[in-house]
Design a binder for this molecule. Sequence first.
Ligand code: NAD
Length: 254
Amino acid sequence: MKEKVALLARLLKESNRTVFFSGAGISTESGVPDFRSPGGIWDRFDPDEMTFQRFVSEVKCRRSYWELFRICWKEFDGVLPNPAHKAIAELEKLGKLEGVITQNVDGLHQAAGSSPDRVFELHGTMWEIRCLQCGRDMPWKEAHEKLERGEEIENCPGCGGLYKPATIAFGQSLPLETLRQAQELSVHCELFVSVGSSLVVYPAARLPEVAAKSGGKLVIINMEKTPLDDLAHLIIRGRAGEVMSEVMREMGLW
Ligand code: NAD
């Protein structure tokens, strides 16, 4: 482990174009569970009901979707970034980072100090709600209070369209411009560090693949194996916060 941490510290020092890529595993040490582990969201909700198509067409599925968010807002409002988020934010401040591409919707990179324009949220954010038709926003706290009172979320007062949390549901397209920027970063990076992702959710998982196949060095920090391990220059099995703290100490930054 010590040698691997030292190698990552050296790679980070040497690289002029580093990109981080994060998944749900980076936030578990902050108290936000990943979806697939036992007791996670998919034990409580049926993923088949959570598709975009069913959200727009079935009242029952829409209610389940809002219920999922009622729980998430209640549980995750106020959770704090952990050392992995903080290390990434600090590396950016030191000019060591092009950006962080994240599959997460929890906003913890920005909370840790990463510049919002350097965070590429592939799956949107849970802290915004938007009308699917005209793009009008509704504050999440307003929606949360309504749901807590047992009320329904009404349609947009401007155009009558459906409101939806600004996260990407199964079957919904990823934000095109964000995806384009993320692809560009991945193709041109020297070092691509994936932290806390199972690398099974596509198209996001194509980015580490693209980075490695375009000549970037792929580093994977994750608790368990991933399908892209064979492409990796370095694999560190461990907890994201602990590993990144050691890396920062090794670099003499913490
Ligand atoms: P995932 O749930 O598929 O996989 C998480 C991976 O992280 C697992 O392989 C697990 O072994 C690993 N892991 C867990 N804790 C870890 C830790 N402390 N250190 C290192 N590794 C750890 O997550 P995913 O690949 O990001 O895909 C799930 C999808 O669900 C994503 O697309 C994301 O949008 C969404 N999601 C987001 C959040 C969030 O915003 N925090 C939480 C759950 C799910």
